[in-house]
Ligand binder design. Sequence first.
Ligand SMILES: CC(C)(COP(=O)(O)OP(=O)(O)OC[C@H]1O[C@@H](n2cnc3c(N)ncnc32)[C@H](O)[C@@H]1OP(=O)(O)O)[C@@H](O)C(=O)NCCC(=O)NCCS
Length: 167
Amino acid sequence: MAAELGIRRLVFADLPQVIEIERRSFPTPWSLAMFVLELSKVEAICLAAELNGSLVGYIICSRFDQLWHIMNVSVDPELRRRGFGSALIEEVFSNVGADAKLTLEVRPSNTGAIQLYQQLGFLGAGHRKRYYQDNGEDALIMWRTPATLRGTLDDVPAAPTLPLASS
Ligand SMILES: CC(C)(COP(=O)(O)OP(=O)(O)OC[C@H]1O[C@@H](n2cnc3c(N)ncnc32)[C@H](O)[C@@H]1OP(=O)(O)O)[C@@H](O)C(=O)NCCC(=O)NCCS
């Protein structure tokens, strides 16, 4: 039987599986309370990727005024490089509409995730100093906007003066 991927809304009942993947994915995993908070926000887009009925990944995207912030995305470590991460992010794009502006932070050392984001139209636009508390690593700030899809940062809010990350 062919494996079947579905993307659906993430619900509170998914949180035990989410926490299990989260703890295997990040050095400083989100707590249960952080997921509960995001799931409680009316405007947040919280999605699950399901393979043959099992949760294999999730994404949390919050709205801040006119901007969308991808706060968390993760796929089961055993099931990466099969398109699930891309499918989750692309579903967020469908939800927010073509003119939406999306942003996220990523560790510069997370080259796989950066490559994925670049393929989906995100561009690097500066850094947040010592953003990650576990090792003091800076965060690379990335944006996906109508302008980044044309290869510029013209419509990125408060475009930082910091040098752009090399792609
Ligand atoms: C980042 C993450 C969500 C990607 O999920 P995924 O399901 O493996 O991603 P996809 O299969 O959709 O990847 C699509 C493309 O992105 C690029 N990519 C993704 N992961 C990559 C990696 N580790 N190394 C190099 N390229 C990578 C590749 O071009 C890939 O296409 P390919 O497999 O045909 O070469 C997953 O690696 C993960 O959960 N990482 C831990 C949590 C994390 O770092 N989240 C992001 C925090 S900002």
